[in-house]
Design a protein around this ligand. Structure first.
Ligand code: ADP
Length: 603
């Protein structure tokens, strides 16, 4: 009894559709003029060589032409298996494993750019490949194309199998392409490999893949059966891709060995060298730090999501145009860059053809500080202009029609004094901020005892607390470790916090100053808390309170003589002390501002 053996391949998932296959086989055999009973002898072997394939033996009642039977099976099984490969009538002692091994196997090393026929080297790829897309494309190519144009043999030669396996290794992905054809020209194999690798890398997904994928998305469970009638166009399209393809097998050049390589590595700027075909040929460590997902040989346009950068590099490749380009990246908080695009000479150690070098400079910090500076000046002018305009207005009135009005003069002078006081507070706070900033990197080293500091701060806010009718209660243990800090600056911190608590609190309850319980988030630090029972703060304000001029209510702050700089001063002083400010607040319940300071090492 003739035995027909074939292999079914699936799209990577383990085969579990035997009943479907059986039904399909019945239909195929029916088409092939064989009694359905022949199927009783159909027998799936163990899961084949790969989880996604299945060897099937079919004992046939009568002789069949294996090729027509295979064609019929392919047609019927389209809904079940992705491909039927290696179908043949074989002797009874058929050994599936050996049969698979007999297939010609191409294994390519990209690094060494060797392509050996029937020999067995591996192709290692440094970037992630969409193996699924490659597999789909390969199956589509097998299903649709007459590969005689790629083969050396007689016109009737067909590529009957092209299988892709991939395995991830620490050094990259290993991809093996198995071709089965009586004869094969390495150059042509290289072209197919090039096409598939490009599909896998998603660099230029060809039309055919788009069609495959579209067909899939219309019917997600559908087999990969691309629309018919595209055959010739596809071939042409594939050919044109191959012609323009930057075949990936060019070796990565060893750039600037010795001194040159060391210098490129040491340049404190992200540097990319890009080939004429747009591949990243070299990246220094700073470039990897900036673009951690980048891999060598990736197309440069995929490394940075910045159309301006892409355009500038392309212009350098196409027409040798060099220069500077500004761009920003918006993946997260916006970051600003300037890329300097230049050309490396052809024929040097950088390679035979011209290469583009891009040095990428981050400007985010600089632009942000420029922005902050101009915002700051605008804020200061605005804060000074209002009281100044008020004072000038009253002066004019007093010089004019209120000249002899003693009662108005008293009233106006009081207002002018308040406005002048506001300006004075602002100037004082600005001078403090300036002084603190100058010293910010100079860490204080002297010890400072907290209880006397707290008493001094309470005394300093007493006039204000009496005026506003809010009492301040300080309760610190008399014996407590000293902290490392600048007495005057820490006094300013406590005064600012106590003044705020007094200004914004509910008069019926005292403001409290106490030692904060130890906190694992602030090891080796001592905390002082200032607590009020005021209106509290909504969570969205908390992180912004220490910004200069940030106020929840500008009117209320101004009315209390506030400048909007108090907490900014606190923050800078604490930065200098390597301390921290913790703000806890609940609307309607009040706020607790805790200052953490490093304990003084007494030994
Ligand atoms: P200001 O001079 O306006 O008080 P600060 O920098 O000291 O400036 O404070 C910024 C803002 O934080 C204040 O305008 C106020 O809206 C809010 N704030 C500060 N402390 C408290 C507090 N204890 N309770 C409620 N709001 C507060």
């Amino acid at each position: 009894m003739p035995r027909f053996t074939f292999k079914l391949e699936y799209d990577g998932s383990r085969f579990d559709g035997w009943p479907d296959v059986q039904a399909a086989l019945e239909a195929a055999l029916g088409q092939n003029g064989s009694p359905a009973s022949a199927l009783a002898a159909a027998e799936p072997t163990e899961a084949g060589v790969h989880a996604s394939s299945q060897i099937v033996h079919l004992d046939l009642a009568s002789a069949h032409n294996p090729l027509t039977l295979k064609a019929d099976l392919s047609e019927v099984l389209r809904g079940t298996a992705l491909a039927i490969v290696g179908a043949s009538t074989v002797p009874d002692d058929f050994d599936a494993t050996r049969a698979v091994e007999r297939h010609y196997t191409y294994r390519l090393f990209s690094r060494r750019a060797t392509l050996t026929f029937n020999k067995g080297t591996m192709w290692r790829i440094d970037h992630p490949l969409d193996i699924r897309a490659m597999r789909e494309a390969a199956h589509y190519l097998i299903g649709k194309h007459d590969f005689s144009s790629f083969c050396n043999g007689p016109a009737a030669t067909q590529l009957s199998e092209l299988r892709i396996e991939s395995a991830a290794h620490s050094s990259g992905t290993e991809v093996r392409l198995h071709f089965r054809a009586p004869s094969f020209a390495p150059e042509q194999a290289r072209r197919i490999v090039g096409l598939l690798e490009r599909i896998g890398a998603g660099v230029h997904p060809p039309e055919i893949m788009r069609e495959v994928l579209e067909a899939r998305s219309l019917a997600p469970d559908a087999p990969i059966a691309p629309p018919r009638g595209l055959y010739l166009d596809d071939i042409r399209y594939s050919e044109s891709i191959l012609q323009s393809a930057h075949l990936p097998l060019e070796p990565i050049p060893h750039l600037a060995s010795g001194i040159g390589a060391a210098m490129l590595e040491q340049m404190p700027l992200p540097l990319l060298v890009i080939t004429r075909k747009g591949r990243v040929a070299y990246a220094n460590q700073f470039a990897y730090d900036l673009l951690p997902a980048m891999t060598l040989r990736q197309h440069f346009s995929e490394t940075l999501d910045a159309p301006k950068f892409t355009k500038a590099v392309q212009a350098a490749i196409d027409s040798g145009q060099t220069g500077k380009v500004r761009f920003s990246l918006k993946d997260g908080p916006e970051r600003f860059f300037v890329a300097h695009i230049g050309l490396l000479p052809a024929g040097s150690e950088f390679g035979k053809s011209i290469r583009v070098i891009a040095a990428i400079e981050e400007r985010t910090t600089m632009l942000k500080s420029e922005q902050m500076r101009s915002d700051f000046i605008a804020n200061v002018s605005h804060e000074l202009r209002t009281p100044l305009a008020t004072i000038l207005g009253y002066i004019e009135t007093l010089q004019g029609h209120a000249k002899d009005d003693a009662e108005a003069r008293e009233r106006f002078l009081a207002v002018m004094a308040k406005q002048a006081g506001r300006m004075q507070n602002l100037v004082n706070d600005l001078m403090s901020l300036n002084r603190i900033e100058i010293e910010e990197h100079n860490r204080p080293v002297e010890p400072c005892a907290l209880p006397p500091l707290a008493s001094e701060a309470v005394a300093a806010v007493q006039p204000l607390s009496e005026r506003l009718g809010t009492s301040v209660q300080a309760s610190l243990p008399t014996e407590m470790p000293r902290i490392r800090g600048d007495h005057d600056q820490l006094l300013q911190v406590l005064v600012n916090l106590l003044e705020n608590a007094v200004k914004y609190s509910d008069q019926s309850q005292p403001v409290r100053l106490f030692l904060a319980p130890a906190d694992a988030n602030h090891p080796g630090q001592i905390g002082l808390s200032v607590q009020d029972t005021g209106p509290g703060l909504a969570p969205e304000h908390l992180s912004r309170l220490t910004e200069r001029f940030y106020r929840v209510s500008v009117a209320k702050s101004r009315d209390q003589g506030g400048t909007g700089l108090g907490l900014a001063i606190v923050k800078h002083i604490l930065n200098r002390h390597e301390g921290a400010l913790d703000i806890r607040s609940a609307l309607g319940k009040g706020s607790t501002f805790t200052v953490w300071l490093p304990a003084y090492n007494e030994v």
